[in-house]
Design a protein. Structure first.
Length: 212
């Protein structure tokens, strides 16, 4: 789930404006929201094999928080405990079952992945250096935004971000292998009271630390 989020993950939160579309929602979010918290459910569906009648899927749940610039935390709680933390310099990935921590340079690890939208996005101009952004047709009571990476050599194919009444509702991600990851968010707290120290990560005692 962690790798899928980093290579296929994206996030936007916005306040509602009259006659707003997904792109306007994103622009307002970048301007007005500097931090936030939410819960999420993620369903990852793999391409159906010839021998399968139903595509395989996995569901996980957790919580998310971010603070600009360059800090975020995803904590998966079910069915397996995993954590991603970006502290502004280093990206930490912790697998509880393996008791293993992977540490990488945040700048090198995020690049033009959707996670960079959360960590580094400050205005639309900055995002368009890495992504092609455009509003999509409203559907299912949501306003939609499409984001495609300009670097076609990565795993990410496209991200669709859905807003309901100005608040992030759905993140629909497709990768180059045909895998789809849908995150549904709940209980948003915009401009939550967070500080840089909340995003510090210390590898647990006894955990093996890998630095690629």
């Amino acid at each position: 789930m962690i790798k899928q989020l980093l290579t296929s993950g994206a996030l936007a939160l916005a306040a509602l404006t009259a006659q707003a579309d997904g792109l306007q929602d994103l622009e307002r979010f970048l301007r007005e929201v500097s931090s936030g918290k939410a819960g999420f459910t993620q369903v990852v569906t793999s391409p159906k094999r010839a021998s399968e009648t139903v595509a395989r899927s996995k569901t996980s749940t957790g919580r998310f928080e971010f603070m600009r610039p360059d800090r975020f935390r995803f904590v998966y709680t079910k069915p397996f405990e995993q954590t991603i933390v970006a502290d502004g310099q280093t990206l930490w990935m912790y697998d509880v079952d393996l008791n293993q921590v992977t540490s990488r340079s945040q700048k090198d690890a995020l690049g033009s992945t959707p996670a960079a939208l959360i960590a580094a996005g400050t205005d639309l101009k900055g995002l368009t250096d890495a992504f092609e952004l455009k509003p999509a047709a409203a559907q299912g009571g949501l306003e939609w935004l499409e984001a495609r990476p300009k670097d076609r050599n990565g795993q990410l194919q496209m991200v669709r971000v859905g807003f309901k009444q100005g608040q992030l509702s759905v993140l629909d991600i497709e990768d180059s292998l045909g895998q789809r990851s849908v995150l549904t968010f709940n209980d948003w707290q915009a401009n939550a009271a967070l500080k840089a120290g909340d995003f510090k990560f210390q590898p647990p005692a006894g955990a093996s630390v890998i630095r690629p």
